[in-house]
Each structure stands twice: as structure tokens, then as C-alpha cells.
Design a protein around this ligand. Structure first.
Ligand code: HEM
Length: 108
């Protein structure tokens, strides 16, 4: 992969179902907190859970309130059955990276 493709992968917004992998800042993750696009964090791993909202047995709201980086969903992931965990993990979109501008001020 050439340098332009690497940068494009990291900055282009992920479309649900698309196999794009990149690194995203918290500012980018925060925008994905609605029915149109919901991302959850498990540590620094980012998962797109939009496809599960409608059919989620625990309801869409259980997921939405923790989406957009509102919480670390490590414990939520482990609470699920092995089958559900496997489905969840299929939808990894990337990893969290520090925001370069915010780092100047010593914040994450
Ligand atoms: C932060 C994200 C999530 C939260 C807070 C959450 C929460 C919950 C809750 C409260 C239940 C109900 C448990 C009960 O039966 O009383 C549940 C069940 C379930 N959830 Fe989620 N969930 C999340 C993400 C997901 C994702 C991404 C998937 C897709 C794979 C998923 C699949 C399931 C399934 C299949 C069940 C039924 C029980 C099982 O098989 O584990 N959940 N979830």
C-alpha cells in the first residue's frame, strides 16, 4: 500500500459494512453516536455496531448510550455469549489514536 492510500484509509469516514481499517481520534469517534452510525470502544479498538442496532436483544438504546466513545465497552463485550462476541468483533473499523492538536496541550 502506498503512502497516499494509507493516509486515505486513516482519514476517510467508515461506511457500515465496508472493510476499511484505520486509526481515528476521539473527536472522530464521537460523531458516531446515532442510529445512522454507532461506534463503540473496547479499550482502543473501535467497532461499528450500526448493523446490530435494529435487532439487538438488549435494545438499541443500550448500545447508543455507550456509543461515540461515551464508555469503554470491554465489560459489555465480555458479558455477551461467545457467538455474540464473535459477531461484534467482525465489525472492527480501526483503533483509537491520539489527536495531534490536543496532545500539544497535554490532553488525550
Ligand atoms: C456497548 C455495546 C452493547 C451493550 C451495552 C449491550 C448490552 C446488551 C444487553 C443489556 C443485553 C440484554 C441481556 C439480557 O438478555 O438481559 C444484550 C444482549 C445481547 N446482545 Fe448486546 N450489547 C452491546 C453490543 C452488542 C453487539 C455489538 C452485538 C452484536 C453482536 C450484541 C449482541 C447481543 C446478543 C446476541 C444478545 C443476546 C444475549 C447473547 O447472546 O449474548 N450486543 N446486550
Amino acid at each position: 500500500m502506498d503512502a497516499v492510500s494509507i493516509i486515505a484509509t486513516a482519514y476517510v469516514h467508515h461506511v457500515p459494512g465496508a472493510p476499511a481499517h484505520g486509526t481515528y481520534t476521539m473527536c472522530q469517534v464521537r460523531r458516531h453516536n446515532h442510529v445512522g452510525s454507532a461506534w463503540v470502544l473496547v479499550g482502543t479498538a473501535i467497532y461499528d455496531v450500526t448493523p446490530f442496532l435494529r435487532s439487538h436483544p438488549g435494545g438499541a438504546q443500550a448500545i447508543l448510550k455507550k456509543s461515540g466513545g461515551a464508555a469503554d465497552c470491554t465489560e459489555d463485550l465480555l458479558f455477551h455469549s461467545k457467538r455474540a462476541q464473535k459477531e461484534w468483533k467482525k465489525n472492527k473499523v480501526g483503533t483509537l489514536r491520539r489527536c495531534p492538536r490536543v496532545r500539544e496541550f497535554g490532553l488525550f
